[in-house]
Design a protein around this ligand. Structure first.
Ligand code: BES
Ligand code: MN
Ligand code: ZN
Length: 501
């Protein structure tokens, strides 16, 4: 759903639905009366009769006799003013967009003044609205047959943001443009992730990255099987041994290495399907493992965004892409491999594959001498067990860097919560016959996985690991998402990079 700005002068054009918000036990904003006094009266009488009191997420739609340009209205309860926030605004907009989704409504007009408050300013509300409208109207339905009625209802919808203030239009237009870029990149990530494993494999993922790079004019290098062998990236090679599709290491590079604020490396886990390998997973819900490349999708999409936004940065995005299968010549539990940085690993569980491919990619970042490394990965079921879908697990070697990531998370709603990376956990990943084992004990799985990764992070470079196992996939429809990929990480990392100094 596209959003456009609209000013008082445009209010006489026709629309299919008019939306206004109401705080609990509050009054309608005066702008409603200015729009149309008869309509305002209709709305007030509905409230007086107690048909709607403004409780959070309460909705009521009806036809009224006033404002003839938009005879149907949807009233949205905003809850009490004390509990109001930007997050609540997003949720309520999501509710409204979902209410419109399947209906034959093409032009929606929203009175933004009714949603503003000390806690939400106009300049902040416009991009939030744009982003949420785009994300909440998202569907992954390219493989579905559509009937005629659905097609009609699904026709392009536009959300007209009616703004009564005259000043600051330029800032608002810029805010919309920026939000559109970021939301579209999130959709791009969602699409890559929702594609099934028979469509997106290491090769097609690499092709998608290359195509994006071409369209955004960013540098792209894909390391294939022969390159990976030459480089001795045995973690990536070992995990992919069971697959008929060759692995790839996708490297996207934006900006100039020798200018500006130093290099930032982003590393995303790109397991296009995770069966577990010989340590095979149970079949229940295994189809969700097509989302095991969500980290890679986020990194690829973010490189596209920063190119669109022309951020003055040098960013290298690395995405090791493999398929964790159990055919061909798969790795056996107990295999010992020598990783890119020379350390040996006993693969006690072939399902702990993400850390093996990330290890090589992390070690590879050394050549860029980055100022910061952030990896993002659907790494452990343990993280999903800890945080559910509400927080990204965050661990790292730099409190400063983590504070920045945490702030970006709060600002975008992709919140991160820190777990300890204490040395005390290191014992559990020592190998019997090798330097390391790829699994720790039965507990603290998210932490031991991060402790493992730390062994491969180049010395003295600030590093943050983000575990998105719980947040990358949405089991049930939410206000800004349907069942499937969430595209988590795109908004977070874009904000983090935009604020990088
Ligand atoms: N991709 C999975 C983690 C995962 C699980 C992501 C559920 C999203 C939802 C990862 O490769 C994995 O299998 N991890 C194992 C590690 C264990 C064998 C040490 C896990 O979490 O069970
Ligand atoms: Mn696995
Ligand atoms: Zn995995």
């Amino acid at each position: 759903m596209e959003t456009i700005l609209m000013f008082s002068a445009d209010k006489r054009t026709p629309a299919d639905l008019f939306i206004t918000g109401l705080f609990q036990n509050g009054r309608f904003v005066k702008e409603l009366k200015l729009l149309d006094p008869v309509f305002a009266k209709d709305a007030e009488s509905v409230v007086q009769k107690g048909r709607l009191i403004g409780k959070f997420e309460e909705t009521l739609s009806f036809y009224h006799s006033g404002y003839q340009e938009a005879p149907e209205v949807l009233l949205l309860g905003l809850g009490d003013r004390k509990s109001y926030s930007a997050a609540r605004f997003r949720q309520i907009i999501g509710v409204a967009v979902k209410a419109v989704k399947g209906r034959k409504i093409n032009r929606v007009r929203i009175l933004l003044d009714s949603f503003l408050d000390g806690k939400l300013r106009l300049q902040e509300a416009v991009p939030l609205l744009t982003e949420t409208a785009c994300l909440a109207s998202y569907e992954f339905d390219k493989y579905k047959k559509k009937d005629k009625d659905e097609e009609k209802a699904g026709k392009k919808k536009t959300l007209e943001i009616l703004v009564t203030k005259k000043q600051g239009r330029e800032t608002l237009y810029k805010g919309i443009e920026r939000a559109r870029i970021i939301a579209n990149a999130t959709v791009f990530a969602r699409n890559l992730i929702n594609e099934p494993g028979n469509v997106i494999n290491p090769q097609t993922l690499a092709a998608a990255a290359r195509q994006l790079a071409l369209s955004k004019k960013i540098h792209c290098k894909i390391f294939g099987l022969a390159d990976l062998k030459k480089l001795k990236m045995n973690g990536i090679l070992a995990v992919n041994q069971g697959s008929v599709t060759p692995p790839a290491l996708i490297v996207l590079e934006y900006g100039n290495r020798f200018k500006g604020k130093g290099t930032i490396c982003l590393v995303g886990k790109g397991v296009t399907f995770d069966t577990g390998g010989i340590s095979i997973k149970p079949s229940k819900d295994m189809e969700v493992m097509k989302s095991d490349m969500s980290g890679a999708a986020a990194v690829i999409s973010v490189l596209g965004v920063i190119a669109d936004l022309r951020l003055p940065l040098h960013v290298v995005g690395l995405a090791p892409a493999v398929e964790n299968m159990a055919a061909q010549n798969p790795q056996r539990p107990g295999d010992i491999i020598r990783m890119l940085n020379g350390k040996t690993v006993e693969v006690r569980n072939t399902d702990a594959e993400g850390r093996l491919i990330l290890a090589d990619a992390l070690a590879y970042t050394e050549r860029y001498r980055p100022k910061a490394i952030i990896d993002i990965a659907t790494l452990t079921g343990s993280c999903a067990a800890t945080f559910g879908d509400k927080a990204i697990g965050m661990l790292g070697t730099s409190e400063r860097l983590m504070a920045r990531v945490k702030r970006a998370g709060e600002e975008t709603g992709e919140r991160c919560w820190q777990l300890p990376l204490w040395e005390d956990y290191a014992k559990s990943i020592k190998g019997d016959h090798s330097d390391l084992s790829n699994i720790g004990g039965p507990y603290a799985g998210t932490i031991t996985a991060a402790i493992f990764l730390k062994e491969f992070v180049p010395d003295n470079i600030p590093w943050v690991h983000l575990d998105i196992a719980g947040t990358a996939w949405c089991d049930k429809s939410r206000f800004d998402c349907v069942k499937g990929a969430t595209g988590v990480g795109v908004r977070l990392l874009t904000r983090f990079l935009s604020d990088w100094k």
